[in-house]
Ligand binder design. Structure first.
Ligand code: FAD
Length: 370
């Protein structure tokens, strides 16, 4: 079996390592700070239906396949670690705060239904019987039972442990250079690989040597502020499903974790300015409008992560024609937790030279090359 070096131990690098090691490959993962990138901050929704965005048709099959493949990936990780994965399968509710939001929700439902997604309009009364902590003043609700979630920090720790237990050599080294012959230089030495997987998220921009003249990827950080709350024991469980909401056209989500905490997110901004108090206020105000009991929770943490964005919101995944020993796997933007199941499986198919289950044309790493 081949020796594969993976640059980056975010969710994409880690799940790829588990998938490859499980198939018998000899895998080394290099990352100066495993799972410290976007994965550390992410919401963790596995939401191929709720996350649908108008006019992004090439993304849908990737998201739907990833949603279908995740349970197997989670089982694979769980089979090789005693650590919890933070996976929850209760599903998702999407609610509307006012009549204009209900109209928006209705149009989204039509779009999702037209694309064959499993979504169901329900009454707000039915939504409240499923989640009694929802506000009594909602204007619309949709149930998406197939959209699940995992706790990315917990899952990354479990995947790291599973990878090690499968024999993966995980080293805290920063990759500085990768050459087309599979030589990988780090701040601590060199490694020779049959295949190198470039899975360092936004960090790929700082690795040299693998492209012909200029870096062909157009990655950009898209920042997201996200909060973590602890539900008081007397109110637990405040909610059991992921609750997404539209509040005066602003999106909000509330994610109950297996450890009794709740994530509230997230902003979307392209500036790198310090986090504004106003952004945190907006998130809390909108979340409390949907789930009033959040007001009683303890505020544990406010963090900001950078999503690895691309110009068309599609990932970069594929071999480089001039350097077939190198596979690029980054740019998973808003959906990298979900798409990790797609990334891991497709990278194994590429390495094993199998017929690809999904067409990768839309993910060509060179599509934005000048
Ligand atoms: C606020 C927020 C909420 C989100 N919510 C969701 C969600 O609900 N669902 C979803 O599907 N997605 C979500 N995402 C998106 C998701 O987090 C990302 O798409 C995903 O984490 C990308 O994973 P990655 O492994 O490619 O990159 P990262 O998680 O960024 O990992 C990259 C890794 O590479 C390492 N690295 C960097 N440079 C080097 C180098 N030179 N050498 C070696 N290693 C290096 C870093 O240390 C890091 O560990 C969210 C993101 C944010 C910020």
């Amino acid at each position: 079996m081949s020796h594969v070096v993976i640059a980056g131990a975010g969710i994409v690098g880690l799940t790829t390592a588990v998938e490859l090691a499980n198939a018998g490959h000899n895998v080394t993962v290099l990352d100066p700070a495993p799972a410290s990138g976007a994965t550390h901050h992410a919401g963790g929704m596995l939401a191929p239906a709720a996350e649908v965005v108008y006019q992004q048709d090439p993304l849908f099959p990737l998201m739907q396949a990833a949603g279908a493949w995740h349970p197997r990936l989670i089982e694979l990780v769980a089979a090789h670690t005693d650590l919890p994965t933070g996976y929850r399968t209760e599903g998702t509710l999407v609610v509307a705060a006012d009549r204009a939001d209900a109209q928006h929700l209705s149009e989204l439902l039509d779009y999702q239904t037209a694309h064959g997604m499993e979504v169901e309009r329900i009454t707000t009364r039915a939504a409240r019987s499923m989640e009694p902590a929802l506000s009594p003043r909602l204007a619309g609700a949709v149930s998406i039972p197939g959209d699940t979630q995992l706790f990315p920090r917990m899952f990354a720790a479990a995947a790291l442990d599973a990878a090690r237990n499968l024999g993966v050599d995980v080293r805290t080294e920063r990759v500085t250079r990768i050459t087309p012959d599979g030589a990988v230089t780090t701040d601590q030495g060199t490694h020779q690989a049959d295949t190198v997987v470039l899975a360092a998220g936004l960090g790929v921009a700082h690795i040299n040597g693998w492209y012909e003249d200029t870096n062909p990827l157009q990655l950009r950080p898209v920042y997201g502020d996200i909060l973590r709350l602890r539900v008081p024991v007397s109110l637990q469980p405040l909610v059991t499903r992921v609750v997404r909401g539209f509040v005066e056209d602003r999106p909000i989500y509330v994610i109950p974790r297996v450890d009794g905490t709740i994530a509230v997110g997230a902003t979307t901004r392209e500036d790198s300015l310090p986090r504004r108090v106003g952004s945190v206020y907006d998130l809390l105000r909108d979340a409390i409008r949907v789930v009033p009991g959040l007001e009683e929770c303890e505020l544990l943490e406010v963090t900001t992560g950078a999503r690895p964005g691309t110009p068309d919101d599609l990932p970069y995944l594929g071999r480089l024609p001039h350097a077939p020993q190198i596979i690029v796997s980054t740019g998973y933007f808003r959906h990298g937790i979900l798409l990790s199941a797609f990334a891991a499986r497709t990278t194994r198919e590429l390495i094993e030279e199998q017929t690809l289950t999904l067409d990768l044309t839309a993910c060509d790493p060179l599509r934005h090359k000048d």
